[in-house]
Design a binder for this molecule. Structure first.
Ligand code: NAD
Length: 252
């Protein structure tokens, strides 16, 4: 599978051990030029530099995916630099392991804004260029939380936002299928990144692994490989789909 001549935007790609960074690098290794965006400007710059070291083009853009203005500027920056947008990976996300009884309205709004509204704003913003091109690939980051409920994966607001992404993706997939745009999601289980703020000790990770049929946490590379496939030309007949990447921790 080649992503040669393709231009990708990956949100939340500035985290040093994150899934977004690995997705950005994987797409670049397959030939894509990448717009690396994150709230964290320095992190995004660092990943863009890693991509340039692979002899691919990359720019870093500081973006808060919950802000319309930021997202408009992100798409403008991508088009100014590369002239097209073929792939959008809605990866930016935050979680918060908290029970509903302890959750404030602000907690709920924040989690839904970053995970779900951010996916809406970024997806909407790339529709015009993708429609003009007659080609596009949108891949969203859901979570096993969407299907099995919270627990260590985050609170009910996180589950709701990640489940909302699945419904949003299916509805959008129907709207844009005839324009050559596919919209799919991946639903990772426990992946070894910093999203839970290093809350788990190695002992706790071992304990959690015992509950996963594959007996270990997943890696960002394992998520990125599926995202790269969904972002490829070869996945043209897959749309409105979600793929579980969870070591068997939830099967449906
Ligand atoms: P991470 O914390 O390492 O990376 C998330 C990135 O998103 C960070 O760089 C952060 O700065 C960025 N971000 C946060 N808010 C943002 C905003 N408003 N605008 C732009 N960028 C923002 O986490 P990760 O584990 O790599 O998570 C990546 C995605 O995968 C998230 O959507 C997460 O919900 C999802 N996910 C992770 C796991 C897991 O176990 N790690 C499991 C299922 C789903």
């Amino acid at each position: 599978m080649s992503l040669e001549k393709r231009v990708a935007i990956v949100t939340g790609a500035g985290s040093p051990r994150g899934i977004g960074r690995t997705i950005a690098l994987t797409l670049a290794k397959q030939g894509a030029d990448v717009v690396v965006c994150d709230l964290d400007r320095t992190g995004a710059e660092r990943v863009a530099e890693e991509i340039r070291a692979l002899k691919r083009n990359a720019i870093a853009v500081q973006v808060d995916v919950t802000k319309q203005q930021d997202v408009t500027e992100l798409v403008r920056a991508a088009l100014d630099r590369f002239g097209r947008i073929d792939i959008l990976v809605n990866n930016a996300g935050i979680t918060q392991p908290i029970k509903v009884a302890d959750m404030t309205e602000q907690d709920f709004d924040r989690i839904v804004a970053v995970n779900l509204k951010g996916t809406f704003l970024c997806s909407k913003a790339v529709l015009a260029p993708m429609t003009r091109q007659g080609y596009g690939r949108i891949v969203n980051m859901s979570s096993v939380s969407a299907k099995r409920g919270g627990g260590v994966f985050g609170g009910a607001h996180y589950s709701a936002a990640k489940a909302g992404i699945l419904g949003f993706a299916k509805a959008l997939a129907r709207e844009v299928a005839a324009c050559g745009i596919t919209v799919n999601s991946v639903a990772p289980g426990l992946i070894a990144t910093d999203i839970r703020g290093g809350l788990e000790s190695p002992e706790r990770q071992k304990e959690m692994s015992r509950e996963i049929p594959v007996q270990r946490l997943g890696t960002p590379e394992e998520v990125a490989a599926t995202v790269a496939f969904l972002a490829s030309e070869e996945a043209a007949y897959i749309t409105g789909e979600d793929i579980d990447i969870n070591g068997g921790s939830h099967m449906d």
